[in-house]
Design a protein around this ligand. Sequence first.
Ligand SMILES: Nc1ncnc2c1ncn2[C@@H]1O[C@H](COP(=O)(O)OP(=O)(O)OP(=O)(O)O)[C@@H](O)[C@H]1O
Length: 328
Amino acid sequence: MALLEINKINAYYMHNTQKTRAVENVSLSVEDNEIIGIAGESGCGKSTLVKTIYGAIEPPLYLENGSIIYNFKNLSSNTKITNENIPFYWWKKISYIPQASMNVLNPVRKIKKFFENLWRAHRQDLSYKNYQKLLSTHLQHLGLPVSILEYYPHQLSGGMKQRVIIGAASLFHPELIIADEPTSALDVGVQLDVLRLLLKIQNECKNTIIVVAHDMSVMANFCMKIAIMYAGNIVEIGKTLDIFSHPLHPYTKLLIDSLPKIGDKRGLKGIPGSPPDLVSPPSGCRFHPRCPHSFELCKKVSPTMKEFSAGHQAACHLLERGETNERK
Ligand SMILES: Nc1ncnc2c1ncn2[C@@H]1O[C@H](COP(=O)(O)OP(=O)(O)OP(=O)(O)O)[C@@H](O)[C@H]1O
């Protein structure tokens, strides 16, 4: 049984009568003890998808239909996690490291206040003394000196602040950690440290990590499985090696081709055009206006996900015709 079963969800932003179709018809299984990446260009719905998984669904965001089943361990058999009760499981079973998470620290409060609030809101079942013990052991284990608790956020570097947030997200050993662009706004060396820290946590706690990034090199180095999103839809999903060695969807291929490669003298290839406005996305396959292979059917009919090899799925009419995604 998968840890998470996401079935055909549609998540929309509503502003008056204007509907932004940020996530549409997305189905995804997330297994226990895996690191799965969600990749795609800016504005393709990655953050909306993970916010929906976390249950942070507040207006103007609505989950219009579909379901998410959470199969966390050690829950009584009649416990069902829903949008209403999911906040009770936050930090304990499911944690969320939001985009630009270092900015969630209150600039006029010491770091210890942040952790005190975390205890007050979520772990009053632990005595404060035991919580403090747990916290200092955990911080040290993650390579953070306990003295940072006495610091204000402005006294820490961006990387330290990100480690504090990752420390908080992993403190109660949740089964699922969602990290939305955990390395953005950090310099390359610090990015590596942050990814290593997440890997260390995953190795030790065997939790599942969903990581969002638009940077395919982060995906390549960090994830076991990757889901590629385009304009609100998942267009391809597979093991990292399969995605990079045999990308199926033309969009995935273009994303990978846009990565710099050592020794490649051909120059970088960009993806022509830009992602569509999700208020009125293109008909049929949403990628068809930018796709070098599109044909009549692509403009009219939205392709469905099909499995082309074990665990490797994509939604593309071209593949169904048995053709490849080599650039024309
Ligand atoms: N609060 C909001 N109200 C209306 N539309 C929104 C809101 N937040 C996001 N959107 C829209 O939803 C779509 C998906 O945005 P989302 O942030 O999920 O994409 P993303 O892939 O995570 O992008 P990025 O990498 O830039 O964060 C975009 O068209 C965006 O403009």
